[in-house]
Write a protein of this length. Structure first.
Length: 297
C-alpha cells in the first residue's frame, strides 16, 4: 500500500495466506481536505534526531534523555514518517518512535516480519543508535508499543504469532488496521478465526489487564474480505462484550466516534464514515488513539 500523500491512491487489501482477495482503491484527501479532517500541517517537521535503520526510521524528539536508562519505544507499521512523527509529538508520547513504511499491500509487511527475529533486530539496532545519540549511557528499550495503520496489520499479525515477540509487546494500537480474510466454504461470510488468533489472544490479555489494546475502525466495507468493523465485532463477540452507543467529536466537525467499549486495558472505538477519507482520519489523527490507549479505568 503506498504511503499517504496528496493525489495518490490508497489501496487496501486483505492478504490472508492462501486466499486470493480483491483489493479496493480509495482516493486520498488532498492536503487542504486533510486539514478539514483535523490534520494541521506544520511549517516544519517536529524537532529531533532522525536516523535511518536497516528497516525503518528512528525519531528521537529534541531534548529527550532517559533518566533511568529505560527508553519507551513505539514501533509503527505503515504511514508517512512525517505524519507519524507529528502525531507522536502532538500526543506527547513518551520515548522514541520508529516508523516502518513499505510500498505495497499487507503482504510486504508479512514478509518483513516472518517471526520475532525482525523485532529483535529492530530493537537491538535502535538501542545502538540511542547509545550513539547519548539518550542514555547504556539505553535499554523499555515499554514497547506497536501501532499500525491499514496494511501494517500484516506485520503485526506475524509478530503476534511468535511467543517471544508477543510477550515483548506491551501495548498494541490498531488504527483502522485490522482487516481479515473470510473463512473458506462458509455462507454467509465469516471472519477466519485462524487469522484472528493472535489478535484475539492479545484482546483477551488486554481485557484482563495484562496488556493494552486500542482498536479503531470506520464503516468502510471492502469487497471480498472482512472490514475493520467486522473484525472489531468478532473481538467483542469472543470477549463477551458489547458496545455502547456514543456521539463524541474527537475532532470537532471532522471525526465523530459513534460507539465504544472499554474493559481494563481493552479499548475499542467505532467511527462514522465509509469513504477513503474516513479511513485516512485514523492515521492523520492517530495521536488521539495514542492518548486513549494511555488512559486507565
Amino acid at each position: 500500500m503506498p504511503f499517504p500523500s496528496s493525489r495518490r491512491r490508497l489501496r487496501l487489501a486483505g492478504l490472508s495466506a492462501g486466499l486470493c482477495l480483491a483489493f479496493l482503491s480509495l482516493s486520498l484527501a488532498s492536503p487542504a481536505q486533510e486539514a478539514q479532517h483535523g490534520k494541521k500541517e506544520s511549517d516544519s517537521p517536529p524537532p529531533g534526531e532522525r536516523v535511518k535503520l536497516t528497516l525503518g526510521q528512528l525519531f528521537v524528539p529534541q531534548g529527550y534523555v532517559s533518566q533511568d536508562g529505560k527508553v519507551p519505544l513505539t514501533l509503527h507499521l505503515h504511514g508517512s514518517p512525517r505524519i507519524l512523527e507529528e502525531e507522536f509529538a502532538r500526543a506527547r508520547a513518551r520515548g522514541v518512535l520508529i516508523t516502518v513504511s513499505l510500498n505495497g499491500l499487507s503482504g510486504v509487511y508479512k514478509e518483513k516480519f516472518p517471526d520475532g527475529r525482525t523485532l529483535d533486530g529492530i530493537l537491538r539496532e535502535a538501542a545502538e543508535k540511542l547509545t550513539a545519540l547519548k539518550v542514555a549511557e547504556k539505553p535499554v528499550i523499555g515499554q514497547l508499543t506497536v501501532s499500525s495503520f491499514s496494511a501494517g496489520f500484516g506485520g503485526v499479525r506475524e509478530m503476534l504469532r511468535d511467543d517471544r515477540a508477543y510477550d515483548r509487546i506491551d501495548s498494541l494500537i490498531l488504527a483502522d488496521s485490522l482487516y481479515c480474510g473470510y473463512a473458506e466454504g462458509i455462507s454467509p461470510p465469516q471472519v477466519d478465526p485462524k487469522l484472528m488468533e493472535g489478535f484475539l489472544r492479545f484482546a483477551k490479555d488486554a481485557a484482563a489487564g495484562k496488556k493494552t489494546l486500542m482498536v479503531s475502525h470506520c464503516q468502510l466495507k471492502p469487497d471480498g474480505y472482512a472490514s475493520t468493523a467486522e473484525t472489531a465485532d468478532y473481538l467483542l463477540a469472543n470477549l463477551g462484550l458489547k458496545r455502547t452507543i456514543e456521539d463524541e467529536e474527537w475532532i470537532k466537525g471532522a471525526w465523530r466516534c459513534t460507539s465504544r467499549c472499554r474493559l481494563k486495558g481493552f479499548h475499542l472505538a467505532g467511527f462514522e464514515g465509509d469513504q477513503g477519507k474516513d479511513h485516512m482520519k485514523h492515521l492523520i489523527n492517530i495521536n488521539k488513539l495514542y492518548e486513549e490507549a494511555g488512559k486507565k479505568e
